[in-house]
Design a protein around this ligand. Structure first.
Ligand code: ZN
Length: 379
């Protein structure tokens, strides 16, 4: 077996009830990733030979993907115990056959810990058995009427240990509900090092705002264009952006809603997907006379799945007739309700083709759409 130098334990068994969320905080998705993924992505994973995640069985779904996201590292999983101390002990028991030299034990609720701090902890373990980061709080505290300057050490994680030292401490301790692993070690033998102010513990809902400081906002843009021929003989009416309009019919395999088709393609483009014809082929009888709203809902679901939000949607019709202006507000309302976005971020415009060419002769209607999407919700 390859010699295991450093192991990382991430304790993710907590319930996080103070956040009032239906799932524990470590599994809340922020910009498409949970706290554990966020933390691992920002550090150099090669610092470790093994990463072990302690979790409640019922939440395995939220972490099993990590194996695919970080294929270069060996992942182990262990069940959480009744409290933090027992969860940590479970992790060490599971790691024991691998005989790691060092172990860093970290709380999943501290996703902002930097790679620099991790490297510092590992380095300090060359000369120390236990290395614990701390911060000082220089805010003044007032106890009734006595003002004191607070120099209490605030202990953080990750906490670094020689594996044997912390494993033995867990085996021998008389404590039953230690708040962290450092409590199990004689304070005299701990090397305290400076932690990081930003390595905060996500505890309250407002703490989630810290993600804004760390995460990058991504914008993507997509373009869509569609054109359908007008059936000059049929007065059956047509649909644009899902709104029925009294006019000639548009010819197409589905309901020929040129507006919705252009919007779909712009969304697919922004998501680096293929075009609408790929997903809803003209050759498939399944989509014959299909209501195009179905296609738009498919595009909307892709946005949701990829954690993107529409920032702006700009649609442009090119036709001589019908008069788009008359239907504009109805169309905006309809698209806004299908895509579940505010009306104010949708624009519908129209231009004629100055009687030039195919469109100018009133034989077709074209639509263009440009959409901007972002991983951050702007409304
Ligand atoms: Zn079309």
């Amino acid at each position: 077996m390859k010699k295991i130098e450093n192991a990382l334990v991430i304790l993710a068994g907590g319930k996080g009830s103070r956040l009032n969320k239906p799932i524990p905080k470590q599994f809340i998705q922020i910009n498409g990733e949970n706290l554990i993924h966020f933390f691992l992505k920002r550090m150099d994973i090669n610092n470790f030979d093994i990463i072990l995640i302690v979790h409640k069985n019922s939440y395995f779904n939220h972490i099993k993907k990590l194996k695919n996201d970080f294929p270069s590292i060996k992942f182990l999983f262990a069940n959480s115990g009744k409290n933090r101390q027992l969860s940590s002990f479970n992790a060490l028991k599971k790691l024991s056959p691998y005989k790691p030299k060092n172990v860093l034990i970290h709380d999943a609720a501290r996703p902002f810990c930097s790679n620099k701090l991790i490297v510092k902890l590992i380095k300090q373990l060359n000369n120390n058995d236990s290395v614990i980061p701390y911060t000082l709080n220089h805010d003044k505290k007032i106890f009734s009427k006595v003002e004191v300057t607070n120099t209490i050490k605030f202990i953080q994680t990750p906490q670094g240990f020689k594996f044997k030292i912390i494993y033995n401490a867990h085996k021998k301790t008389l404590l039953e509900n230690a708040k962290d692993d450092s409590e199990l070690i004689n304070k005299e033998k701990i090397k305290f090092i400076k932690g990081e102010k930003l390595n905060i513990k996500i505890t309250y809902p407002e703490d989630l705002n810290y993600f804004k400081l760390f995460s990058k906002t991504v914008f993507k843009t997509g373009i869509g264009y569609d054109i359908h021929r007008i059936d000059t003989k049929s007065k059956k009416g047509l649909k644009l952006c899902g709104i029925k309009i009294e006019y000639n019919k548009l010819i197409g395999h589905s309901d020929a809603d040129v507006g919705i088709h252009a919007i779909c393609d712009s969304i697919f483009g922004a998501l680096s997907m293929k075009d609408i014809g790929y997903y809803f082929s003209n050759n498939s009888s399944k989509w014959r006379n299909k209501n195009s709203v179905h296609f738009l809902k498919f595009a909307r679901d892709k946005l949701v799945k990829n954690n993107y939000y529409i920032v702006n949607l700009d649609i442009n019709f090119i036709c001589e007739q019908p008069n788009i202006n008359k239907h504009r507000s109805k169309m905006i309302k309809n698209i806004s309700s299908i895509l579940k976005v505010p009306e104010k971020i949708i624009s519908i415009k129209a231009t004629s083709n100055e009687k030039i060419g195919f469109i100018g002769d009133g034989l077709g209607i074209a639509a263009e759409s440009i959409v901007q999407i972002s991983n951050e919700k702007t409304y």
